[in-house]
Design a binder for this molecule. Structure first.
Ligand code: DGJ
Length: 721
């Protein structure tokens, strides 16, 4: 067997791994900065030998092939391991065990992306597990997923079916979770992991990330820091129930298991069907979370997010400006306001559909995707025409996976609704979830988008909402024996719909929204150009929320709107929203002439700075979690242009203010400082305004950007001469 592995290595390990680099019995998965080394033992079991910074001397790999330690790469239940397994199954004969040994492996590299597949098999049952690893070498990101398949006569029940399992042997482990609630997303909480398990999971089904997002930070040997120390950032690409298990064992080793949350989701796998788990995506940094985030952003823009390298449209949304209370004339006025502000698009939100049950509140209409005639006599067509006349694009809100019991769809198709046949319905936000495991429902949901785009090809954007978790969990379609497959099949059904939309409308931008940030995963973002970070648009809260998301997502993917939720100055609100994908959701007619002029100028500034903010590199300079001030900056790739945002929330009287030391600049370059986003007529109070400094000075000494004034902000643009 060892021989076979070596032969595979010789044949397949082209690219940067020369055959000589990989001694017999080892599998080397790696990026330019990280190595994950697996060893096939004499007992044919596959163990993780190493995970950490890239080993620079190929000759050192030899040491791994000679040693014998390490924990199995994909631990099974029922054998000699007594901690959490990656996989637990029940064969039809009642046997609950698996013992997986090496069968085969392949490895190939294309354009700096290395893909590895390892086949494991059980010796007693025709049961195979295939481990996959995709290493994005330049971006230092590794994806892991698993395929499970068997040839047993009767279905096998999968109780645990992890996407990934990784092992760490360190002195201490520090895990940061991103938890919260509606309008209170991604609160960062770090804790030391001690013996036993810490589980981060969700069981909400559809609005899955309402209480916790599918990502974490992990500090090895010390709490994470921005520019120092070993840190892992990890996430699961699954728009449904997920689970991360962090288990510290008796020897202070940590195993990290990710995957679909198996709770309520035992999966009945028939012979020959391939169960493919979602992807776990991680990066390992030896220089803290700053470089880790920048690697994640680069990877996401290049490989994962829909149109990740493309432009983004600024917009004016009407949700907070009108809620459900609008008509055609009001919307036409807002469309004109959008043009006046200089944004690219008007986005019509909830409340435009339903006739028998008009959508005049969240109690009715979901499912009936026809314009409410009484409200919009000219239909969407009149609105797209108005937008065209004003020179702005038109975007539309939909929530096609849901239904209000007060709707024609529910009356006609109760069989399409997830509900328990013999119990009273429980409604979340007065609505229910359609059964996407059912192909007829998939057709219907695809049809919502397809019909709208066929009737109104001018629709340039969708905001796709999802306000309810799965309630009353029972699929009328799946039948009594397959109910526990529903959570999985539902998400797969959603992807089938989204695949069809992507195939037919490949360039259509869409926002992933779920009652705020209820859906924030990277598989979802394959189909969406951005996500709605939170319904909470109070900029003080948004400073924290956007800071949290920035660990995983580039600004380009994080929609941020200027609204009236907070009562701060328009400048403060705008400065915060400019750190993301900028939009407005305000009553433009209530702005003073000076505010309007400010907003227009801010949009123009944003358009100029898009290459820096949306496609550049993010540096988190001062954390809002550390006090009443915070700051982030973005630089472009050439380090020629940068923009720095600095915020003062509620500083104490007579507080000692420190300079903000910048990062990511070229020490040799000279940068001119210009304060931007000033109210018309206001003069910059910054002594540095208009002066030039070297990158070296700006990074070592910094600029006095903070002040003691409450709820104030400063934005400076740096341009290299
Ligand atoms: C929840 C979203 O997060 C909001 O932005 C808005 O679109 C409402 N739904 C509409 O019902």
């Amino acid at each position: 067997m060892k021989k076979l592995l070596n032969a595979c290595a010789l044949v397949l390990c082209a690219g940067s791994l020369s055959a000589a680099d990989v001694p017999a019995g080892l599998i080397r998965i790696g990026t330019d900065k990280t190595d994950l080394i697996l060893r096939v033992g004499d007992d044919s079991r596959v163990r993780q030998a190493y995970l950490g910074p890239k080993l620079v001397n190929a000759a050192d790999l030899e040491h791994f092939s000679k040693s014998s330690g390490g924990t199995e790469a994909y631990v099974t239940h029922g054998m000699e391991d007594y901690f959490e397994p990656a996989i637990r199954v029940l064969h039809a004969d009642g046997n609950p065990s698996l013992l997986l040994t090496y069968k085969d492996f392949t490895q190939e590299e294309n354009d700096s992306v290395q893909t590895t597949g390892i086949v494991l098999q059980d010796e007693k049952y025709p049961f195979e597990v295939r481990l996959f690893y995709k290493a994005y070498k330049r971006e230092n990101v590794i994806k892991m997923w698993t395929e499970i398949e068997h040839g047993e006569k009767k279905p096998v029940t999968l109780y645990n079916y992890a996407s990934s399992m990784l092992h760490f042997g360190r002195d201490s482990y520090w895990m940061t979770e991103f938890s919260g609630d509606w309008a209170h997303e991604v609160n960062m909480e770090e804790q030391k992991l001690t013996f036993g398990k810490k589980v981060v999971d969700t069981k909400l089904g559809s609005r899955a990330n309402l209480h916790v997002s599918p990502f974490f930070l992990l500090g090895l040997d010390a709490p994470v820091a921005e520019n120092t120390g070993n840190a892992v950032i990890g996430t699961l690409g699954w728009t449904g129930n997920f689970r991360f298990t962090f288990e510290v064992d008796n020897a202070n080793n940590l195993r990290l298991i990710s995957g679909i949350n198996p709770s309520g989701s035992e999966y009945l796998l028939p012979k020959g069907e391939v169960f493919r788990t979602p992807e776990f995506i991680f990066t390992y940094s030896t220089e803290g979370t700053g470089p880790a985030s920048r690697d994640f952003h680069d990877w996401a823009r290049k490989y994962q997010i829909k149109d990740g390298m493309g432009d983004r449209m600024t917009l004016l949304n009407n949700w907070e400006a009108t809620y459900f209370d609008f008509d055609q004339a009001k919307l036409e006025k807002i469309i004109a306001d959008a043009a006046d502000l200089g944004v690219d698009m008007f986005l019509l939100d909830d409340g435009w559909f339903g006739n028998k049950y008009p959508r005049s509140s969240d109690h009715a209409g979901l499912g009936d995707w026809e314009e409410t005639k009484a409200k919009l006599p000219g239909g969407i067509g009149a609105l797209t025409a108005a937008a065209k006349k004003e020179g702005v694009k038109f975007g539309l809100w939909i929530e096609p996976e849901m239904v209000n019991p007060k709707s024609e769809l529910y009356e006609k198709h109760k069989d399409w609704v997830i509900h328990l046949p013999n119990r009273e319905e429980y409604h979340y936000r007065n609505q229910m979830v359609l059964d996407l495991s059912n192909p007829a429902v998939q057709d219907y949901v695809f049809g919502v988008v397809d019909k709208l785009l066929t009737a109104y090809p001018e629709i340039a954007y969708f905001k796709w909402d999802c306000n309810s978790p799965i309630t009353n969990i029972y699929s009328p379609y799946l039948g009594a024996d397959k109910q526990s497959n529903l959570y999985v099949e539902h998400v797969r059904g959603l992807y089938k719909v989204l695949d069809r939309i992507a195939a037919k409308y490949p360039t259509l931008p869409m926002m992933l929204c779920s009652g705020g940030g209820g859906r924030t995963d990277y598989e979802g973002l394959k189909y969406f150009t951005e996500f709605w970070a939170s319904d909470n648009t109070d900029p003080v809260e948004r400073i924290f929320i956007q800071w949290g998301y920035s660990y995983l997502f580039p600004a380009k993917a994080t929609a941020a709107h200027v609204t009236s939720w907070g009562k701060q100055s328009l400048k403060f609100r705008t400065d915060v929203a400019m750190m993301g994908k900028l939009g407005f959701d305000i009553r433009v007619d209530e702005l003073s002439p000076a505010e309007k002029q400010f907003a227009r100028q801010a949009v123009a500034n944003y358009n100029r700075l898009k290459p820096v903010i949306l496609d550049g590199e993010l540096y988190r300079l001062v954390s809002p979690y550390s006090g009443e001030h915070s700051s982030v900056m973005f630089t472009d790739r050439a380090k020629a242009n940068a923009v720095v945002f600095a915020f003062n929330r509620n500083p104490r009287f007579s507080e000692q203010l420190r300079n903000v030391r910048l990062q990511g600049l070229d020490p040799q370059k000279m940068y001119t400082v210009a304060e931007i986003n000033l109210m018309p007529g206001a003069k910059s109070g910054l002594a540095a305004n208009g002066r030039s400094y070297s990158g070296d000075y700006l990074m070592k000494v910094g600029l006095p950007l903070f002040s003691g004034a409450h709820l104030t902000s400063t934005v400076v643009e740096l341009s290299a001469r």
